[in-house]
Design a protein around this ligand. Structure first.
Ligand SMILES: NC(=O)c1ccc[n+]([C@@H]2O[C@H](COP(=O)([O-])OP(=O)(O)OC[C@H]3O[C@@H](n4cnc5c(N)ncnc54)[C@H](OP(=O)(O)O)[C@@H]3O)[C@@H](O)[C@H]2O)c1
Length: 330
């Protein structure tokens, strides 16, 4: 195994922290550039980030400022690779363009100056059907990266466990499992943080992943929200109980917030969140066949060993702490 000097952005996020760990496990030298108040709600102080990323060098600064990226992040040193798990936490159009696009462009310029020859980018499978601002921002940077001439591996994962676990606590409390429509409108191949992190880290040494856009899911068959609920009730030893939410309800919310959002920016941001919710309520996280316009589970590659159902079992036993996804619908 060849050890590389790797610059990491987004290392305090769900996938970023797992990826920093995976890179260290593979013997790479890891430098993480993070903000002083990091984590959900800015709850991580600098010492917390250093503890969280033990084994890596942690540097502090502002990823939105090209001068800080160069002076506080890359520090005039040479790096072999840049791995980005950086992503807007809110998904609001303004934040998405600032982080998923502009900050990435600045980092790409700084990475080039630092001699980086390979960029591993955590993207999302949903950019194949870009309807939302954050998807368009991600796609615009993907394109800039492809055109940059620097080696790239653009990884587009399906759904994360945290985004599919938001209802475990409420169901444990005796409430029904909420589904849109009959619960079979969408399906996905969930991927764990550790399996995705391993996949991202291995992009640095697997020549077949160089200069490729890589959709990736977890092991096993694709599953629907209804199957997720059924399995959860089976784990709890209870009869499945579903509450069906019409997609039209989200359309109504989007319509009202969209109209009011023309007067109040705060409501425009809420309208975008509702649009994000509607997207995930109706679009599968699987490879989209461009010819048929249909999602194709068989064409969606799998990696790793962790299953969502094992993760649910851990949540039900209380061995695993639940983490809410920023874009979770329920
Ligand atoms: N959720 C899903 O099911 C799913 C599925 C497929 C793909 N994805 C994609 O995966 C990506 C990452 O997901 P994740 O769950 O790991 O994200 P996350 O937990 O929200 O982490 C985002 C990272 O970006 C950093 N960041 C955001 N805004 C920043 C700013 N202004 N300045 C500095 N750092 C900033 C965060 O730093 P702080 O800790 O300082 O905030 C954090 O390290 C996203 O692009 C998402 O679209 C998600």
């Amino acid at each position: 195994m060849i050890s590389r000097r790797v610059f990491v952005l987004g290392a305090t996020g769900t996938i970023g922290r797992a990826t920093a760990r995976a890179l260290l496990e593979r013997g790479h030298e890891v430098v993480c550039f993070v903000r002083r108040c990091a984590g959900v709600g800015g709850g991580l102080a600098p010492d917390d980030s250093v503890r969280l990323l033990a084994g890596a060098t942690v540097r502090f600064g502002d990823v939105t400022d090209p001068r800080s990226l160069a002076a506080d992040g890359f520090c005039g040193e040479r790096f072999d690779a840049w791995v980005s798990c950086l992503a807007s936490r809110t998904g609001s159009p303004q934040d998405a363009w600032a982080i998923d696009h502009r900050a990435h462009l600045h980092a790409l310029a700084a990475a080039r100056a630092a001699g980086v020859s390979h960029v591993v980018l955590l993207s999302a499978i949903c950019v194949q059907k870009p309807r939302l601002a954050f998807q368009q921002a991600k796609l615009a940077f993907e394109q800039a990266l492809i055109e940059s001439g620097i080696g790239y591996s653009i990884v587009r994962p399906t759904a994360f466990f945290k985004s599919l676990s938001g209802q475990v606590e409420r169901v444990k409390r005796g409430k029904p499992f909420l589904v849109f429509g009959d619960g079979t409108l969408t399906s996905c191949k969930p991927i764990s943080d550790a399996d995705l992190a391993a996949y991202l880290a291995d992009c640095l040494t697997d020549a077949t992943r160089l200069n490729r856009v890589l959709p990736i899911g977890g092991p096993g068959d694709a599953i629907t929200p209804r199957q997720q609920g059924e399995h959860l009730f089976a784990l709890l030893g209870r009869t499945p109980q579903f509450r069906h939410v019409p997609v039209g309800l989200l359309d109504a919310i989007i319509g009202v917030l969209g109209a009011l959002g023309r007067l109040a920016p705060a409501l425009a941001a809420k309208a975008e969140l509702a649009r994000i919710g509607r997207y995930y309520a109706t679009e599968s996280m699987l490879v989209l066949d461009p010819l048929t316009g249909l999602y194709d589970a068989a064409a969606t590659p799998s990696t790793g060993v962790d299953t969502l159902f094992d993760f649910y079992a851990g949540l039900v036993r209380g061995d695993v702490a639940p983490e809410r996804g920023d874009h979770a619908v329920f």
